[in-house]
Design a protein around this ligand. Structure first.
Ligand SMILES: Cc1cc2nc3c(=O)[nH]c(=O)nc-3n(C[C@H](O)[C@H](O)[C@H](O)COP(=O)(O)OP(=O)(O)OC[C@H]3O[C@@H](n4cnc5c(N)ncnc54)[C@H](O)[C@@H]3O)c2cc1C
Length: 294
């Protein structure tokens, strides 16, 4: 692919003679790399498709209305302040031309590099069931968190207006697929939202009737952690009213519910916390990523 070479305004007088380092991704990895190169004899460009660095571990609190987006997102330009050899570029990378040593941008431009750091993070994976994507909500970005927040709060409002008991039950039932840290955190905070924060805010429905079903296909919650923590999390969530289903795989997901094992559950929302895969940075290089030691 041909494209016009993007010329950034490099402020340092020696910039033309310095190696150009392009870093793609302003998450923890890319941001750490950029900051480590601050003040070095290199021209560093940090590219991200968003204008902010995101503290993903607290996304679940934005999703459940406990925090605002600005509490967990900081402008990349603010974090890169004070580095005369550092530039920030908001752009989506679509590929890498290894031979020409250029990064390809969505808008058709290309950016040359001498050294390239790819730190594009991960995306949600549906284990080949890509049709489930459209019926579920995921949690990776601020937009995802706000979509979950809107769906949760709207479900309570719609339930309040409904006179159909089955529909109210459906709206106030939330299924969470995947018992890793994100699923566990979301299950606990949605339960808290319903049973504490919103408990007295509605007149026709009782938010405490909300059902939160957390299903995990494996043998325990938090399988990457010590078994004692799995037991603790299961007991804590159960005491908060969460229905924890262990060893239960999702068989189907559609716009109004899920099939867990042999049971169908009508839901107001299905939150997908089950799978993660690398973004396609390895494909840009024409290699297999982890398998080839990228
Ligand atoms: C909900 C959630 C909770 C988490 N909780 C914890 C926790 O409690 N503890 C913990 O240790 N870890 C936690 N993690 C994992 C942790 O956040 C990640 O391991 C970490 O963010 C990975 O950093 P990274 O720099 O590799 O990628 P990311 O932080 O994902 O950053 C990747 C960056 O690349 C950008 N990007 C991607 N593709 C492109 C492209 N084509 N063009 C331009 N830019 C692009 C993205 O916009 C993003 O800014 C959590 C993750 C999530 C999603």
């Amino acid at each position: 692919m041909q494209g016009q070479t993007l010329s950034l305004n490099l402020s340092h007088p020696e910039s033309a003679n310095r190696p150009r380092v392009v870093i793609v991704g302003a998450g923890f990895g890319g941001m750490a790399a950029a900051r480590a190169l601050r003040g070095n004899a290199a021209e560093v460009t940090l590219i991200d498709q968003t204008n902010h660095h995101l503290f993903q571990p607290l996304l679940y609190q934005v999703a459940t209305a406990a925090l605002s987006p600005s509490d967990i997102a900081t402008a990349n330009r603010v974090l890169m302040r004070g580095g005369s050899n550092l530039s920030v570029l908001m752009a989506e990378v679509t590929g890498v031309d290894i031979r020409a040593r250029s990064v390809l941008l969505r808008d058709g431009h290309r950016l040359p590099y001498d050294y390239l750091v790819l730190a594009t993070g991960s995306a949600s994976s549906f284990f080949g069931q890509d049709n489930w994507r459209e019926h579920t909500l995921v949690l990776k970005t601020i937009e995802d968190a706000l979509a979950i927040r809107a769906r949760l709060l709207e479900a309570f409002e719609r339930a309040e207006q409904s006179t159909d008991d089955a529909e109210i039950r459906r709206l106030l039932t939330f299924a969470i697929v995947g018992g890793g840290p994100t699923g566990v955190e979301l299950a606990g905070t949605i339960s808290e939202l319903a049973r504490a924060t919103l408990a007295r805010d509605f007149s026709r429905i009782d938010p405490r009737d909300t059902r939160v079903v957390l299903c995990e296909a494996g043998g325990r919650l938090l399988s990457g952690f010590d078994p004692a923590l799995s037991t603790y999390a299961t007991e804590a969530l159960t005491s908060m009213g969460v229905e924890v289903r262990i060893g239960t795989a999702v068989e189907a997901i559609d716009p109004t519910g899920v099939v867990l094992g042999s049971e169908r559950i009508d839901t107001g929302a299905v939150l997908w916390c089950a799978g993660t895969e690398a973004r396609p940075a390895a494909e840009w290089l024409g290699i297999d990523g982890v398998a080839t030691g990228l």
